[in-house]
Design a protein around this ligand. Structure first.
Ligand SMILES: Nc1nc2c(ncn2[C@@H]2O[C@H](COP(=O)(O)OP(=O)(O)O)[C@@H](O)[C@H]2O)c(=O)[nH]1
Ligand SMILES: [Mg+2]
Length: 221
């Protein structure tokens, strides 16, 4: 995807503050400190459009970014940061559910996992919830530069085993080397609704599909 415009739009605490759902959007979620802000900066070619935080898990706001005027990328609050008060941590699930349920335009959620760690209960709960709500999950393994290529491949298989998916379904990513950036953009683009074909063309497509099989009589002509 060619980036012609990348702008921070707004931070929202509740659905009434969200922008009108007038275009597809893709959200980003992961444990605090997993590298979400860094990934967004790498993805958007910006040094610090998504603030790389030294105090992870503080903000419980949802940040919307306007991409090319045609797509929203949505930065969800990180979860599972021990220093965040339990009462605030408990708000994450309901906040997520409110967000997902109010966004019919949500095309996919990018779920970030640290390549060096096994997915924990929070990660699995999120992936299960997306599955139950029939929202496409794009799983990205972050900080791959911290491992060698072969270590990273091994971890990829191990994490795929835990998730019950194929290793090839997991995108190996690094904000430092920008490994996986193109692959992630392609995965995002694949989840976006494509423009419907012009209606005039539909009858032609149908004709091609309902073509009759040759009858046996024809064979003996
Ligand atoms: N080596 C390496 N460090 C990373 C990478 N991504 C993030 N980090 C570091 O991990 C820490 C947390 O990153 P941040 O993007 O703030 O995570 P967030 O809390 O998920 O937004 C920071 O110290 C980053 O510099 C990466 O791809 N490679
Ligand atoms: Mg962050």
């Amino acid at each position: 995807m060619k980036l012609t415009k990348v702008e921070f739009l707004l931070s929202a605490a509740k659905p009434v503050h969200y922008p009108a759902p007038d275009r597809p959007e893709v959200a980003f979620a992961g444990r605090s400190n997993v590298g979400k802000s860094s990934l967004l900066n790498a993805l958007l070619n910006r040094r610090n459009i998504a603030r790389v935080s030294r105090t992870p898990g503080r903000t419980q706001l949802i940040n919307f970014f306007d991409i090319n005027g045609t797509l929203y990328l949505v930065d969800l609050p990180g979860y599972g940061y021990a220093k965040v008060p339990v009462a605030v941590q408990r708000q994450w699930g309901p906040m997520m559910e409110r967000y997902v349920r109010s966004r019919e335009t949500l095309a996919a959620m990018v779920v970030l996992l640290d390549v060096r760690r096994d997915p924990n209960a929070d990660d699995l709960q999120l992936l299960n919830a997306l599955n139950a709500m029939e929202i496409a999950a794009i799983v990205v393994l972050t900080k791959c530069d911290k491992l060698s290529g072969s270590q990273s491949n091994t971890r990829r298989k191990e994490i795929a085993n835990v998730l019950g998916c194929r290793a090839a379904d997991l995108i190996a990513f690094s904000s430092q080397t920008r490994q996986g950036r193109g692959e992630l953009w392609r995965a995002i683009a694949d989840c976006l609704p494509s423009d419907p074909a012009p209606s005039e063309e539909l009858p032609i497509v149908e004709e091609a599909v309902v073509e009759e099989p040759p009858s046996e009589l024809d064979d003996h002509e």
